[in-house]
Write a protein that binds this ligand. Structure first.
Ligand code: NI
Length: 155
């Protein structure tokens, strides 16, 4: 595995619509592993391939501190319900956070590295992370959806 450089706000790749993955190759598996390593290194809960400069529909998410890693290929939201507002940030926007309204619950269909198609029902932080990362695949950034920016504590 290898750490990849995280692309920051202003990089045009973040605004591109990412391409579906046609075949799960060893290169795709390696990319997902690199994305997970890069996400953990940056203390993030999610990362989309465009954030490392790769315009492919791949995301990794772990909202449980390295205990529940999801690697999803061509993820799509197939159902959503409810509304919930919470504060979000993004590894491509260091030092920026804001309130974003998202669906409270989502169902996502995706391929997993083993080649199976799964349907995942999620609520809470996982539902939020899925919506945020799938947005990245369509060139949508969380700042587009922020209703109010909030102060970020300086470290
Ligand atoms: Ni993000």
């Amino acid at each position: 595995m290898a750490l990849r450089q995280i692309r920051k706000n202003g990089d045009p790749v973040l605004r591109q619509k990412a391409h579906p993955v046609k075949k799960i190759t060893p290169q795709i598996i390696k990319l997902l592993n690199d994305m997970a390593e890069t996400m953990y290194d940056a203390n993030g809960v999610g990362l989309a391939a465009p954030q490392i400069g790769i315009s492919k529909r791949l995301i990794v998410i772990d909202v449980a501190d390295e205990h529940n890693l999801l690697k999803l290929i061509n993820p799509e939201i197939i159902a959503s319900s409810g509304k919930e507002t919470a504060i979000e940030g993004c590894l491509s926007f260091p030092g920026i956070a804001g309130e974003v309204e998202r669906a409270e619950a989502v169902t996502v269909r995706a391929l997993i590295p083993a080649g199976d198609t799964i349907e995942l029902k999620a609520t809470g932080l996982l539902a939020r992370a899925l919506q945020h990362e799938i947005d990245h695949l369509d060139g949508i950034l969380f700042v587009d959806r922020v209703s109010r920016f909030v102060e970020v504590e300086k470290k």
